[in-house]
Design a protein around this ligand. Structure first.
Ligand SMILES: C[S@@+](CC[C@H](N)C(=O)[O-])C[C@H]1O[C@@H](n2cnc3c(N)ncnc32)[C@H](O)[C@@H]1O
Length: 274
């Protein structure tokens, strides 16, 4: 159940999303690592898919920022044969586990340091899966030292307000020099090929995210899909990029179900007016 909750919460913590009131209470009952999604790691198959999508090659220098137990670092080195594969991990015990994973692989290493302080200047491909806006801001600054052509892979959203070079939602590759989107609408257009997000699009995006990450157990899929779909739509509404002029009936219904049967009250975060 915790795993499901971890996933669920991970979905909730979108970039522009602020959790308040009742939802806060719900979240505070869970361990911190679960709430932030830190305990969620990418399955090996998803890592392989991401690497193929980013065209990870032998001459690449790969960094996984926040590498967890190091499976991506190992796969990059062993299966994709990159020149150098580095995992940066803040948590000491997790970094130790990651070191065990890559033991004997000469081209791989784990550095136990904060990613905001790590030397990543030789990186050509970086996997950066963080949705915390403060962290994204801090790293955007740090990415200034990257060489032209370096590719940053993000999950769920592109890197801040950049226009990604490659998209296979929920995976994004942004290449240096990063192209800046002039507005959220332009970014949405570039990513989803649409001017606005309606209920159906929000639902579909939630579904694609769940499918792509392969971490939500089958029996919870429906619930997570509903919750995340609502969160995506509400985000779009609050940012003024929902297609609808008023909260559509399916959103009202699902938000009602979540409130009544799961004590998750999303009503307070739907902005009153568009
Ligand atoms: C890659 S993050 C994934 C975060 C989450 N899935 C999300 O959506 O934001 C998970 C890993 O990053 C590590 N981590 C968190 N903050 C870090 C930091 N400042 N520097 C290095 N590693 C960090 C955690 O210990 C954890 O192993």
């Amino acid at each position: 159940m915790l795993q499901l909750r971890g996933q669920t919460l991970l979905f909730i913590i979108g970039q522009e999303f602020h959790i308040r009131l009742e939802l806060d209470e719900f979240l505070s009952s869970l361990p911190r690592s679960i709430v932030t999604g830190e305990a969620v790691s990418l399955p090996d198959n998803v890592v392989r898919r991401i690497f193929k999508f980013a065209k990870l090659k032998k001459n690449d220098v790969f960094y996984h920022l926040g590498c967890g137990e190091g499976n991506a670092v190992k796969i990059a080195a062993k299966e994709f044969g990159v020149k150098k594969s580095v995992g940066i991990e803040l948590d000491k015990a997790t970094a130790a586990k990651a070191r065990k994973q890559i033991a004997g692989i000469k081209t791989a290493e784990i550095v136990n340091i904060d990613i905001t302080k790590a030397n990543i200047s030789d990186a050509t491909v970086l996997l950066f899966w963080f949705n915390d806006p403060e962290m994204i801001d801090a790293m955007k600054d740090r990415f200034k030292i990257l060489k032209q052509g370096a590719r940053v892979i993000t999950i769920w959203a592109p890197l801040g307000m950049t226009l990604p070079d490659k998209i296979d939602f929920p995976f994004f590759v942004s290449k240096k020099p990063f192209k800046r989107a002039r507005s959220i609408r332009q970014q949405i257009k570039a990513i989803y090929n649409t001017d606005c997000i309606d209920f159906a699009a929000a639902w579909l995006l939630a579904e694609r995210y769940i499918d792509a990450l392969e971490v939500v157990p089958g029996e919870y899929r429906r619930f997570v899909n509903i919750l995340q779909g609502m969160v995506i739509w509400i985000n779009a509404w609050n940012m003024g990029v929902a297609c609808e002029d008023e909260v559509p009936p399916p959103v009202q219904t699902y938000v009602g179900i979540l409130k009544t049967f799961f004590s998750i009250d999303l009503t307070s975060i739907i902005k009153a007016q568009k």
